[in-house]
Design a protein around this ligand. Structure first.
Ligand SMILES: NC(=O)c1ccc[n+]([C@@H]2O[C@H](COP(=O)([O-])OP(=O)(O)OC[C@H]3O[C@@H](n4cnc5c(N)ncnc54)[C@H](OP(=O)(O)O)[C@@H]3O)[C@@H](O)[C@H]2O)c1
Length: 290
């Protein structure tokens, strides 16, 4: 079978591709710019844009399974979900995984009400956000000053999202499942700093700020972790800096049962334990060194 991977050049998509290749599957990757794709040998790279149906026929031709992202640029949900599902069915696709995000677009409902065998992947916070959000500050002075240092999260290694997707696409028994994908343990920001200090051999520290101190710092200095905010709001100019600050404070200060409960999905689906944050930190330690 040929498996089409959309978002193949992205954080999760690269792992989906790698795990499918390792499982011996034939992989076709969709990208808007094949020249920049830099995908492993053996992957068939095709050009296409998920928002432009006229560019997608070749990508789906001869495909029996597909990994689908539900967003386009700036993580805005796709508006043409039903058209993509129609094209997939006409091309002979039987099975899909859909990578879900914070916003459900038109793709998920179209997939759910179709004849496709679908599996929804709902990962929680990626371990990689740590590098995007903290990398620069830890490289500079080794200190993270944030509120709510004891907030809990069962952060997930991106490779495990790819591993779950590959199994759901290549094997039977996952149709109709919605998998909340987490890491193997619940960690706080303080735990992560301790683990990163061990991985880098550096003296890294977490200094807790009160919400008011945080507000002052983030508003006045314009310093706030951007990853989550960007993925929720994109670069929408209507959403001001203060609004983003308040949103982030609210997210950090609330309990999120889904984000802080270990689900065991990775081990159940792949048969191997979910990767730990310590493993992720060892792999990415250089990103936290000056
Ligand atoms: N970060 C988190 O903590 C977190 C947690 C839960 C869920 N999520 C969800 O995970 C998803 C993000 O995944 P990611 O981090 O792997 O994304 P990413 O690294 O930002 O990659 C984006 C991918 O989307 C592709 N793409 C963008 N617009 C496209 C278009 N119009 N047509 C075709 N391809 C397009 C890009 O391909 P080309 O540029 O090559 O065309 C690229 O491969 C979002 O749905 C987010 O909500 C994230």
């Amino acid at each position: 079978m040929t498996v089409l991977v959309t978002g193949a050049t992205g954080t999760v998509g690269r792992h989906v591709v790698r795990h499918l290749l390792r499982a011996g599957e034939k992989v076709r990757a969709l990208t808007r710019d094949p020249a920049k794709a830099d995908l492993p040998e053996g992957v068939e790279v095709v050009a296409g844009d998920l928002t432009d149906m006229g560019t997608l026929a070749q990508a789906f031709d001869g495909v029996t399974a597909a990994h689908l992202i539900n967003f386009a640029s700036d993580y805005k949900p796709l508006r043409n979900g039903p058209e993509i599902v129609d094209l997939a069915l006409r091309a002979g696709v039987r099975k899909v995984t859909v990578l879900g995000g914070w916003q459900e677009g038109t793709l998920e409902p179209a997939v759910r009400s179709s004849a496709l065998e679908w599996t929804h992947l709902r990962p929680i916070e990626f371990m990689g956000n740590t590098l995007a959000d903290w990398g620069e500050r830890l490289r500079a002075d080794g200190v993270i000053r944030e509120p709510y240092g004891d907030r809990k999260g069962a952060t997930v290694h991106e490779s495990d999202i790819g591993a779950v997707a590959a199994v759901a696409l290549a094997e039977d028994g996952h149709a109709g499942e919605t998998y909340t994908i987490t890491g193997p343990e619940v960690l706080t920001p303080r735990d992560k700093i301790r683990i990163l200090a061990g991985a880098t051999g550096r003296d890294l520290r977490f200094e807790e700020l009160s919400p008011d101190e945080t507000r002052k710092q983030w508003v006045e200095e314009g310093r706030l972790p951007e990853m989550l905010l960007f993925k929720v709001f994109g670069d929408d100019p209507q959403i001001g800096h203060r609004e983003r600050v308040e949103f982030l404070l609210q997210v950090y200060g609330s309990d999120h049962e889904i984000g802080s409960t270990v689900t065991g999905v990775v081990e159940k689906v792949t048969g191997r334990p979910a990767r730990t944050f310590a493993e992720w930190a060892a792999e990415h330690a250089d990103g936290f060194r000056p």
